[in-house]
Design a protein around this ligand. Structure first.
Ligand SMILES: CC(C)=CCC/C(C)=C/CC/C(C)=C/CC/C(C)=C/COP(=O)(O)OP(=O)(O)O
Ligand SMILES: O=P(O)(O)OC[C@@H](O)CO
Ligand SMILES: [Mg+2]
Length: 256
């Protein structure tokens, strides 16, 4: 089924359920065996998605990494989160087809997209048209530098809402608010809440979510999917805590 990810994201948003995406930086896998043990552990805890990618990647071995993940759990959706067109693999299930709508860099609004479109048309990947919005996380991040764009201010919800609305009017179906990997300050609850109230689309939020409390605040403000990268690199048990929290929360929605 080619719209499995779409169905899951839209159902989450409709039903108010929550999900976790573990962001894997392919360059940071030092040892395959322990990495696969981590994947196995997360798969047993019903991790929802793996995102894979980075602003800049040095080793291009996405095929190998994704094949390994699929050997552990072929049902765990692996979604490309590409910093550029070179981060492509036919072994993934889907791709966040990011348009960097918070910036004014034409290559990241439409340029890279034109380059990769013919390849995607021939692939089996689910293409997820996503409005990607960088929000100031209080520190210069790789994505700010690589994209050469100015992030949205974290205390101006009206600017974030206008940007998301424009993206929705252009037909984008998913929105990703990102304070940037390793952000000091995550996307503010006010921004998340304002966007959630203005557009009806699955909302992915990440950047600087390195404690359970920050994750709870992000979900509470209206995020449907939370992304954790750096927080898991420092302490994998954060993912376990978040998955347990999500399990209880989603169960209570089934009962009510
Ligand atoms: C549609 C296609 C093929 C490409 C789109 C390309 C776009 C719009 C990219 C947006 C800008 C960009 C460089 C995004 C990368 C986001 C990303 C995967 C971040 C992951 O974290 P890192 O920024 O690598 O963090 P570290 O510095 O911690 O490694
Ligand atoms: O690495 P962290 O800070 O968790 O950020 C994840 C992701 O949203 C970055 O693009
Ligand atoms: Mg990286």
């Amino acid at each position: 089924m080619r719209n499995k990810i779409e169905q899951k994201l839209k159902a989450l948003s409709k039903e108010g359920k929550k999900a976790l995406a573990w962001l894997i930086d392919p360059d940071k896998i030092v040892e395959d065996f322990s990495f696969l043990e981590q994947v196995r552990e997360m798969s047993q805890l019903n991790l929802d998605f793996i995102f894979i990618g980075g602003s800049l990647i040095e080793k291009n071995d996405l095929d190998r990494i994704i094949k390994m993940i699929k050997e552990v759990d072929s049902d765990l959706p692996v979604i490309l989160f590409p910093g550029s067109v070179i981060q492509f693999s036919n072994h993934a299930d889907g791709i966040l087809f990011l348009s960097l709508i918070s910036g004014r860099n034409p290559d990241l609004l439409i340029g890279q997209h034109v380059t990769i479109a013919p390849l995607l048309a021939k692939s089996k990947l689910e293409v997820l048209p996503t409005g990607y919005m960088l929000v100031d996380g209080g520190v210069a991040t790789s994505v700010n530098y690589i994209s050469q764009t100015i992030p949205l201010p974290n205390h101006k919800p009206e600017l974030a809402v206008a940007t998301a609305l424009a993206g929705a009017f252009l037909g984008l179906q998913y929105f990703y608010l990102d304070a940037g990997s390793g952000a000091k300050i995550p996307v503010s609850p006010k921004i998340i809440d304002s966007i959630k109230k203005s557009i009806q689309a699955p909302l992915i939020v990440g950047g600087g979510l390195d404690t359970l409390q920050k994750v709870k605040d992000t979900f509470h403000a209206g995020a449907d999917v939370v992304v954790i990268g750096n927080g898991a690199e420092k302490n994998l048990s954060l993912l376990t805590e978040v998955l347990e929290y999500i399990h209880v929360l989603n169960l209570s929605l089934n009962i009510n």
